[in-house]
Design a protein around this ligand. Structure first.
Ligand code: ATR
Length: 280
């Protein structure tokens, strides 16, 4: 039996175990997905232990996403984002699918599938990102992943953040991007094709980070918040006639992408989505 898991602290309310196990069941893969909650200062030991025990893959969440970068061989996107949310311990496959031991095979590989989660959430809803004017609200971990994802999909990115300096420094790293404070939303959102909320606003209270009157019908709005599943931002976007994409889609597709990295086969998206939405 293969073992996959999530490493973070805390992780007890994670929806990833049922989502991934539904995928294994659908594909007939004999595997389990479990949660690990090491001490925040025990990351290196935990990672060595997982490798020694034959764990095949790990998702990574708070507080380990940034620190994990130093312990893996990161792909270029994870390096640019500055965070790893997926670790692959599997053997390096050569062209024939056979394992090829070499010195790099002992270092697990690190990826950031939050970026693919953003891209695939939009494409699943038939939103074309190439050439789109995109606004990302937030410049933390989720904002960084969203900004790089949208720029890599050839969108023109603007980052708006409560702390303007953080948006400006992220924009300086993202090709073609601009950045500023939340006051820049009034100029940017009316012309936007795509908007991503990558702040935590809307999670604790019924608030929106974007003034509702700026939303319009010719845009798609993705909210990374998935508790509640229908945020105030998405309600307002729906009322404005926009395409709305809830945070469970981003959660789903980051998991789908991780599943595909680990198993090297297409993920059963429908089964994983059903298992996830069952528990929301
Ligand atoms: P994550 O990894 O989920 O992105 P994070 O790195 O802590 O979490 O980032 C949280 C984001 O939400 C930041 O962009 C933060 O803005 P600041 O950089 O100014 O702190 C944003 N955020 C959190 N609470 C907010 C609020 N009440 N209003 C506006 N933005 C808020």
């Amino acid at each position: 039996m293969d073992v996959y898991g999530l490493i973070g602290n805390p992780v007890e309310h994670s929806l990833s175990p049922p989502m991934h196990e539904a995928g294994y069941a659908e594909r007939g893969i004999d595997a389990r997905y479990v949660t690990f909650e090491p001490d925040p200062d025990a990351l290196a030991t935990a990672l060595d232990g997982a490798a020694a025990l034959g764990v095949r893959g790990l998702n990574v969440t708070i507080p380990f996403k940034q620190d994990m970068l130093a312990h893996v061989d990161p792909d270029p996107l994870a390096e640019r984002i500055g965070a790893v949310n997926t670790v692959d311990f599997g053997p390096v496959l050569d062209g024939d699918g056979a394992s090829e031991p070499d010195e790099s095979a002992s270092t697990p590989r690190g990826y950031n599938t939050d970026a693919a989660g953003v891209q695939r959430a939009f494409t699943h809803h038939d939103v074309d990102l190439a050439g789109a004017d995109a606004v990302v609200v937030g410049a933390g971990g989720a904002g960084r992943a969203a900004a790089f994802a949208l720029a890599d999909a050839a969108a023109d990115v603007h980052v708006a953040n409560r702390t303007a300096a953080k948006a400006e420094s992220l924009a300086a790293e993202v090709p073609g991007a601009t950045g500023g404070g939340l006051d820049t939303l009034s100029a940017e959102v009316p012309a936007a094709d795509v908007l991503v909320n990558a702040t935590s606003v809307g999670m604790e209270s019924d608030e929106t980070p974007v003034p509702e009157e700026l939303l319009h019908a010719d845009m798609a709005v993705l909210d990374a918040v998935y508790t509640p599943i229908e945020t105030r931002l998405l309600r307002a976007a729906d009322a404005a006639g926009a395409t709305t994409i809830d945070g469970a889609w981003m959660l789903l597709f980051q998991g789908v992408e991780a599943f595909e990295i680990w198993t090297d086969e297409p993920a059963p998206v429908e089964a994983m989505n059903a298992a996830l939405r069952d528990r929301l």
